[in-house]
Design a protein around this ligand. Sequence first.
Ligand SMILES: NC(=O)c1ccc[n+]([C@@H]2O[C@H](COP(=O)([O-])OP(=O)(O)OC[C@H]3O[C@@H](n4cnc5c(N)ncnc54)[C@H](O)[C@@H]3O)[C@@H](O)[C@H]2O)c1
Length: 291
Amino acid sequence: MSYNLLKGKKGLIFGALNEQSIAWKVAKRAVEEGAEIVLTNTAVSIRMGTINDLAKKCGTVVIPADATSVPDLENLIDKTMEHFGGKFDFILHSIGMSPNVRKGRTYDDLDYDFLSKTLDISAISFHKVIQVARKRDALNDWGSIVALSYIAAQRTLYGYNDMADAKALLESIARSFGYIYGREKKIRINTVSQSPTPTTAGSGVLGLNDLMDFADRMSPLGNATADDCADYVLTLFSDFTRKVTMQNLFHDGGFSSMGMSRRAMRTFGKGLNAQFHDVQDNQFPFGQGEE
Ligand SMILES: NC(=O)c1ccc[n+]([C@@H]2O[C@H](COP(=O)([O-])OP(=O)(O)OC[C@H]3O[C@@H](n4cnc5c(N)ncnc54)[C@H](O)[C@@H]3O)[C@@H](O)[C@H]2O)c1
């Protein structure tokens, strides 16, 4: 269903790799809501993924850019402005990658060259995108910039590895640049902290299925899907959120405010009971230990 929420707006979307990608869902919904968009990703991801199919569906173009390369970003912003015939209104940064996670290097055995890459790709690229857009004066006043984050920026979730540090930096960049761009051009910058979601990047997280199951049991509304996330991001691009800036906005079914839920506790209890019975059965082979 369309509400024409983004009628007349134009935006640049980073990070659609395939149909699972959060950026893919945002792009599709943005067009349904009346926006014009330009898509971008790295040359490799364009070749390996299916972003060209998305571009066809959305009636638009894909402009390759590595978000860690300032010259690439300058070219991208110039070409995007050419495509739109002037300034545009929103940017989605939906980019994340950790070579340490990919290569199985744990947090207590990080490769520091990999760590630099994690930070550059997953966080500093956000600064680069905003800095280039601002220097090119690419965005209309009251524009909106959103990046995707995860609660591991605030809480330790084992297995998220150096991506937790990248997300903490990403959220800080939203605040620091949010002040500058907000004061100057009324442009707002926020991060959306999304539930664990089954995507290519998500599947790199250690034990994603268990994590998703746990988060779902903990959250009163259940996990937010990629489609839910797209709907939420659209509101941040719309004129209904013009005074929301420099925020990290949790979009997680309530997970971030929970300590323990009954559903999670019951599952945990069952697991403990099962372990207890294993031990008892081994200790009392004739079943004396059973309750
Ligand atoms: N999946 C989850 O559980 C989850 C939860 C919270 C937040 N997020 C965040 O959502 C965002 C999108 O991830 P996703 O889950 O849709 O996975 P995804 O794998 O579909 O998207 C990640 C994208 O980053 C792009 N990318 C990597 N390096 C790049 C570079 N140098 N330049 C430009 N683009 C580059 C990839 O090509 C890919 O399109 C990421 O920031 C991720 O950390 C994901």
